[in-house]
Structure formats: C-alpha cells, structure tokens
Design a protein around this ligand. Sequence first.
Ligand code: MG
Length: 398
Amino acid sequence: MSIFVDTAARMQRNRPLRVAVLGCTGSIGTQTIDVCRQHADKVRVVALSVYSSTQKLVELARELGVGHVAVSDESHATDEVLQNLPQGCQLGMGPRSVVELATLDEVDCVVSAVVGAAGIEAGLAALRAKKTLAYANKESIVVGGDLLMPLVAPGQLIPVDSEHSAIYQCLVGERDKDVRRIWLTCSGGPFYGRTRQELASVTAADALAHPTWSMGPKITIDSATLMNKGLEVLEAHHLFGVSVDQIRVLVQRQSRIHSMVEFADGSVKAQLGPSDMRIPIQYALSYPERWEAPCDAVDWCAEPGLSFGEADEQTFGCLALAREAGRVGGTMPCAMNAANEVANEAFRKNRCGFLHIERVVRAVMDKTDVQRVESLEQLRECDALARRQAREVLLEVS
Ligand code: MG
C-alpha cells in the first residue's frame, strides 16, 4: 500500500497544528474552517487561498488572524476589499502564489480543497516540502497519481474524501498484503433508478437537489453521472496501491457505511457514521488522535436499515468509462478527467444534456494517444488538448 499508516510523526507534536487551507471558500474549505474554529486549541489556520472570492477571504483572514493569503485569479488583484486584510498579512496573486502557501515554513499541514486538476502543483509542492497533506482534491490524484504517490512518505498524505478516509481508517493496524478487496460505497446519486430515456431530459437543477451529502456544484453533477464514483475508484487505486479491479463499487443508499475493506481471511472492516464531511476533514487533521465530534451522532437503534446493491454502469456510463481509463493508465485518466470537467461545466450552464457528458468523455478518450506519465508539463499538454477536443465534441452533439 502506498499510503500506509504511520502514527509516530504526529504523536510528537506538542503545539497546535498549523494549517494552510487552499480553496477556503468552497464546500470542503468552509467545513474545514468550521472544524478549525471548533478545535481552536488544537489547530491554527495560518494561510488561506481562494480562486476569486476576495471578500470572503478578507473576512476569514481578519477573523482567524491569518498571516498569508493568496488569490489565484489575478483579475481580482485590484479588488478594493483587499485593503482590509489584517496588518502584516502577506498577499500573493496568481496560481503560483497558491502553490507557495503550501511550502511556507510556518505550515505543518496543507488542506487542499481546490476543485479540479489545477490543484496538482500545490499537492506536489506540499509533498516535496515535507508537509502533511490533507487531500480533498481527488482530480489531481486521478490525473497526477503517478507523479504524486512516489513522493508520499508513510502517514504524509491523509485522504479527506469520505470513502477514502473510511478505507484509511479500516487499514490502521493492517498489512498491505492482507487486503483482498476494497468496497467503495456509493449513494447512487440523485438519479438512482432512472432509465436512460429519463436521464436524457434531466437538468442541472434536478441534479443539484442531491439527497445526502452537502457538496459543491461540480461534484454534485459528478455524483449524478457517477463520474464522482469513477474518479474515486482511480483515487483509491493510487492511494492504496490496489488494482482497479480490486475495487468494487457498492450502492449503499443510506450513506451510513462510508466504505469497507475485505481482507484475505474473509473479514470485512467498515467505517460508519453520520453523512457529514466535517468528520473525515477532522480525522485528517486529528489523525492519529480522535477529537470531539463536529456533529450529532447517529442513533443506530432508530436507523431503518442498511441496503446494498450493485452500481448500474449500463445506465450511468461515466463509471464504466472511468474504470476503463484506470485500467489503461498513463495519460488516459488525465484526458478523461479534462473532458469530464468541460462537459460537467457545460451541463451546469445548460449548454448540453446529461447524457452528452458521457458522450464527450467517450469521444475524447477515443481520440487520446496514451503515454506513460513522466512530467507535469506533459499532463498539462494532455489536459489542454483533451479540453479543446471536448469543446469540439460539445459543438457537434449539442
Ligand atoms: Mg466521496
């Protein structure tokens, strides 16, 4: 297993954990700040980045007394509100300044809540600077896992994605070679049980009424197409060093079981709990300790039951496409992810239909000339080409 668990390093810390939150105004970023507020005696936020939400950035910097902030989108450099940053707070502009936050001396742990493949550079920088990485940025593992994972020391990368946090927790105290299979759970998404014919006419607004987890708009659409689960299969493949075919997707409609690990002797360990992202976020910060709960506990006596089922890859083609990309490997997941990011956004803006998303991904994968992953530069080129191709396909299909 590439990520196996080492409790030694963090046990020795006798001061608050100093955290940089990258993407602090998104869904995961906001919930990370909540956890930091609740455990202010154990965690101190020292750096924050946003893509463009300067107003919110200034409010958080003032509230938390943060010394370093970065704004990725340079067109916001002249926002007047930035004058109100706290005294002495260092402001960086542009994507490079976000990466720099990840390497600051005063940072122990980087929470990367950036959405999309754009977060890969900050992830690489944090690992090279020997920071602990609490990683919510699944796309960058899917795309750049071949570059990121060889840099990871035991206990250095702790997943924030709820399923991967669950798997991580199940693996504490276990040996890599005893793992037979991972059962990656899936709520089924908002369109569970619908036919292809029905899916042809669903809208982004329908998808955004997601039943269980509170999430940002991009991941909510990915949850509806099951591309989110496909990305998570590839994420687990990289994080835990298991093959794509050792990972089974299990529909668990109640979202109570957050994933399971099956061992050589047939025993299965599962992690259960409330469907609240603050739990895996907090675990990534508290590990190997456990802190007071950030939300109400489940009353298991009052639970109606747990159901299990197989994911429907025929109806939700994106899951099958992601698995295929994972089996092919190399630059294929990069092209697949880029095509999905473009089609996902087009669907959110009502510029294409729901089923067009998988058509775009399929078409771009068919055009992709797969190479071994060797550099960030190569991934950037593959990503840019796939985005161009995805836009061309969109023009044809919509
Ligand atoms: Mg997840």
